[in-house]
Unconditional design. Structure first.
Length: 303
């Protein structure tokens, strides 16, 4: 890692004012700063808090494609990282940057680590977080699979569908809530049965604001509508909290064409041959009409 000449001279002087700082950015855009110094530090438009009790263990870095890693430990507190936010999954997939800083002159600093939070464990008023470097992304499966269903995510850059088109999003207050996984509405019409199935439910207000879940079932009946998620949202949702339901896609070509009018961006291969065709073997019969093959009787001259 290249050091600023002034910072390098400070480090080589033998008597240093070195502190560590971490910037953590959650997926909802919330950005938090921490330092192991005994007072707050500020740079890059962020205040790095000293009263969080956060500290880091040794950082392991290497050349090649191996993953850099470290660990951070700290105390749970109401003003910084809370147990409720960890339990709700607000820190899942958060990115983190770590610096060595001259606390007497914060312009003298070097970024030591950039990556994401891995496993995060909480117990007895404290937490321990695994830090994974940028090479961790190379551990994910890569490549393109030829398949009949679409492999894009509805609304992403490859799909190109615009949710601002009327008829695909509904925002309304929560009514009946069961375990953060089932939501019932007495008067929720205007959308076909199963319209939101495979879509996303997002919480826009209340204690769970910013969290979302994948919709497993969407059932419309004479008594109302029931929306069920695959997994519970891990924060309290109360009646009256504002919810946003986004239409779902089953990745099939007819759905893309008829429901979303987006077939030009379909990323599947609906006409790819099936398994029966791929496993078929050549035959020497003169007729290939697809009818049944009857072998000639012995002694009939058919050979």
């Amino acid at each position: 890692m290249a050091l600023d000449p002034d910072f390098q001279a400070h480090v080589e002087s033998g008597l240093t004012n070195i502190a560590r700082c971490w910037a953590l950015t959650r997926r909802d855009g919330t950005r938090l700063g921490f330092t192991d110094h005994d007072r707050d530090l500020s740079f890059d438009g962020l205040v790095f808090k000293a009263d969080t009790g956060l500290s880091a263990r040794a950082l392991m870095q290497s050349t090649g494609l191996s993953v850099d890693n470290s660990e951070a430990v700290g105390a749970l507190s109401a003003s910084a990282i809370t147990e409720a936010d960890i339990r709700a999954g607000r820190y899942d997939g958060a990115t983190i940057e770590a610096w060595l800083v001259n606390w007497a002159d914060v312009s003298q600093r070097v970024m030591q680590f950039r990556g994401a939070l891995g496993e995060l464990v909480r117990a007895e008023g404290a937490f321990q977080a695994e830090l994974l470097g940028l090479a961790e992304a190379l551990n994910q499966p890569q490549g393109f699979v030829y398949q009949r269903p679409c492999n894009a995510v509805l609304g992403d850059g490859r799909c190109g569908f615009d949710f601002s088109v009327p008829g695909y999003v509904e925002e309304r207050a929560a009514e009946g809530v069961a375990g953060g996984v089932e939501f019932t509405f007495a008067d929720f019409t205007g959308f076909d049965d199963r319209w939101f199935e495979r879509g996303v439910l997002r919480v826009l207000s209340g204690a769970a604001a910013g969290l979302a879940g994948q919709i497993k079932n969407d059932r419309l009946s004479g008594s109302g509508r029931v929306i069920e998620l695959w997994a519970a949202i891990r924060a309290e949702i109360a009646p009256g909290d504002l919810l946003r339901m986004e239409a779902g896609c089953d990745k099939q070509a007819p759905t893309c064409r008829l429901k979303f009018n987006n077939f030009l961006n379909f990323r599947g291969f609906p006409d790819i041959p099936g398994e029966d065709w791929l496993m078929a073997t050549p035959v020497s019969a003169a007729s290939t009409s697809g009818g049944p093959y009857v072998p000639p009787l012995l002694g009939s001259g058919g050979g």
